[in-house]
Design a protein around this ligand. Structure first.
Ligand SMILES: [Zn+2]
Length: 229
């Protein structure tokens, strides 16, 4: 194809290269943004279409149950009510099978277990029975299928995936997510073997992430040098 117009072929190659660079930059910036949002889900704002679960506001049926909006309230129900209010849930009325919000009615259902006990779920407008509903911007509360939400770990680049994996292990052990903080100590009551296993998994993910990051920075540097030359 490039035979007929060598000049336009060169131009196309340049356009292609710029496009790749822009995509890589967007990915690396996006990766950072996603990780920040994961740490502060309440403040995250998702985009249209392809946002991740982590970028939305999430309400769990368990929170509303403990707050007393469905079933029996927890002894410290007011704490849970405060938590629900904090993410924008202000019910005006609630009762058997519904929670009335200012501009949406959430449907709920109680499922009894075969051997006693019960569980509550939301019924999304699509008919699915779910434990979590999501919202972003002024959108109504719907299940993750309705908004086509994915999880950050699935959408992320392999480099991000290792970072998220390491962060999750640190957080599970009650530590800070950042690599610069010391690895969290063994939580009380956790088996030593299990702690060791988590630590190994963390170190492996961290090493892979740092290796990939180093490679990425090396490539960026090379590109810069080529541009200057
Ligand atoms: Zn739905």
């Amino acid at each position: 194809m490039g035979r007929l117009h060598p000049a336009s072929g060169r131009l196309q190659a340049r356009v292609r290269r710029h496009r790749v660079e822009a995509a890589q930059l967007a990915l690396s910036l996006g990766g950072v943004a996603r990780l920040d949002q994961e740490q502060e889900p309440g403040r995250a704002r998702g985009g249209d279409g392809h946002c991740t679960v982590e970028q939305t506001r999430v309400i769990e049926i368990g929170t509303l149950r403990r707050a007393g909006y469905v079933g029996q309230p927890a002894p410290n129900w007011w704490k849970w009510r405060y938590k629900a209010n904090a993410i924008g849930i202000w019910p005006s009325r609630w009762g058997d099978g519904f929670i009335q919000l200012p501009n949406q009615t959430l449907q709920t259902v109680q499922v009894s277990w075969r051997f006693g006990g019960q569980r509550f779920y939301f019924i999304c407008d699509c008919g699915r029975t779910v434990e979590k509903l999501h919202s972003f911007r002024d959108r109504p509360w719907r299940c993750r299928h309705c908004y086509g939400l994915t999880y950050a770990t699935r959408q992320a680049t392999p480099r991000d995936r290792y970072q998220i994996k390491a962060q999750k292990i640190r957080e599970r052990l009650g530590g800070a997510p950042g690599f610069l903080d010391a690895f969290p100590l063994k939580p009380k009551g956790m088996h030593g073997k299990r702690y060791e296993r988590l630590r190994n998994r963390h170190d492996d993910a961290e090493a892979r992430f740092l290796g990939m990051m180093a490679g990425h920075i090396l490539r960026l540097g090379e590109r810069l040098r080529r541009k200057r030359a």
